[in-house]
Design a protein around this ligand. Structure first.
Ligand code: PMV
Length: 316
C-alpha cells in the first residue's frame, strides 16, 4: 500500500494569463487531498471520498481516468496497471482550488511508494503536470507546482518547456483569506481553450489585457512583500476586472466578489479557471475574516477560511 498527499491552492494573481507565459502568484492552502494506492488483480478501481460540489466527480470522471493513465506512462509503468485507488482528505472537490492537481500529486506519491520508485518532488511535480494535461488541456503548471511544494510562490511558465521560473515569496506574518464556492462545477479545459480562442480572434484587445495582467502580478508581488495589504486588495480587484474582460467570470462569481467587498474584504476576485468554481477575498484579521465568511455561510454557501504565509503549508 502506498500513500501520498497534495495541497490545494489559491491563485492571488494571474490565472489564465499564466498559461500564456505571464507571471502569477499562488499560495498553497492548508487543505490537502490524500490518496492510497494498492496493486489490484484487475481494473482501475477508484473510490473517491472527497466532499465535492454536486456533479464534480461525474464531470471529472473521464479526465481522472486519463490523468492516471498519463501518470503511469510518465512513470514508465503500464497505463493499464490494475490499481485500487482511494482519494480523500480535507480539500473539497470545488473547481478553482487545484483539486485535480492535488489529487494527481497525492496519487503520484502513492504510486511511487507502492511501486518503490522513490520519486523526488521534482519528478512528482512533472508527473502531476502530465496528469493536469487531461484536466486542463494546456496547463501552465502553476497548480501542480503549488500542490507539490506548498507555500506562497511566484510562478512563470517556461516558454521553452524546461523548468518553470518559481520563486518562494515571503510575507510579513500571515494574512487571512476567505474562499467561497459558487457550488458550480467548471471545466478548466473548456475555460482555458475559450481564452486561447478569443485571444486569437482579437489579439489587440487581448495583448493589452495580458500586459495589464503582467503588471498586476509584478505590483502585487511588491505590495505583498512590503505588507501593503490595501494595495494588494486593490490590485486583486483590478485582476478580477480583467478576468471579467477575458470572459471567465460568471454571474455567480461576480455576486460573491461584490458581497465580499460589501462585507469589508479589502480585495476579492475569482480564483482558478472561473466559469463557476471559487472566489477568494483578502480579509486581514480574524474579525474581518469571520464577518465575511459568516455572511456567505448565512446565504448557504460553502466557505474555506485559511491564511497566506501559514506555517502548515510550507513543509515540503
Ligand atoms: O480551476 P483550477 O483550480 O484548475 O485552476 C486553473 C488555473 C488556470 O490558470 C486557469 C489554468 C492553468 O493551468 O494555469
Amino acid at each position: 500500500m502506498g500513500k501520498g498527499s497534495g495541497y490545494g491552492k489559491v491563485i492571488l494573481f494571474g490565472e489564465h494569463f499564466v498559461v500564456h507565459g505571464i507571471p502569477g502568484i499562488v499560495s498553497a492552502i492548508d487543505s490537502s487531498t490524500d490518496a492510497i494506492v494498492t496493486k489490484a488483480a484487475v481494473g482501475l478501481n477508484i473510490k473517491d471520498d472527497r466532499k465535492t460540489s454536486k456533479g464534480y466527480s461525474e464531470e471529472k470522471r473521464l479526465q481522472q481516468i486519463e490523468s492516471i493513465e498519463r501518470m503511469l506512462i510518465d512513470m514508465k509503468l503500464d497505463p493499464k496497471t490494475p490499481l485500487d485507488i482511494w482519494i480523500g482528505g480535507n480539500l473539497p472537490g470545488f473547481s478553482g482550488l487545484g483539486a485535480s492537481a492535488a489529487s494527481s500529486v497525492a496519487i503520484a506519491r502513492a504510486i511511487s511508494e507502492e511501486f518503490c520508485l522513490a520519486l523526488s518532488n521534482e519528478r512528482i511535480n512533472q508527473v502531476a503536470y502530465e496528469a493536469e494535461i487531461a484536466y486542463a488541456g494546456n496547463p501552465s503548471g502553476i497548480d501542480n507546482t503549488a500542490s507539490t511544494y506548498g507555500g506562497l510562490m511566484w510562478f512563470k511558465k517556461n516558454p521553452a518547456g524546461g523548468p518553470d521560473f518559481v520563486e518562494r515569496l515571503n510575507v510579513q506574518g500571515q494574512i487571512e483569506i476567505v474562499i467561497c464556492s459558487t457550488g458550480k462545477v467548471a471545466n478548466t479545459k473548456a475555460m482555458v481553450d475559450g481564452v486561447a480562442e478569443r485571444k486569437k480572434a482579437n489579439p489587440a484587445k487581448y495583448d493589452a489585457l495580458f500586459e495589464q495582467a503582467a503588471n498586476l502580478a509584478v505590483d502585487g508581488r511588491r505590495a505583498l512583500e512590503a505588507g501593503r495589504l490595501a494595495e494588494v486588495g486593490m490590485l486583486m480587484n483590478k485582476n478580477h476586472q480583467i478576468l471579467q474582460e477575458i470572459g471567465v467570470s460568471s454571474v455567480e462569481l461576480d455576486y460573491l466578489v461584490d458581497m465580499a467587498r460589501k462585507q469589508g474584504a479589502i480585495g476579492a476576485k475569482l480564483t482558478g479557471g472561473g466559469g463557476g468554481g471559487c472566489m477568494v477575498a483578502l480579509t486581514p484579521g480574524e474579525d474581518l475574516q469571520a464577518r465575511v465568511a459568516n455572511a456567505f455561510k448565512a446565504e448557504g454557501f460553502e466557505v474555506l477560511t485559511t491564511k497566506i504565509g501559514a506555517v502548515g503549508v510550507n513543509k515540503n
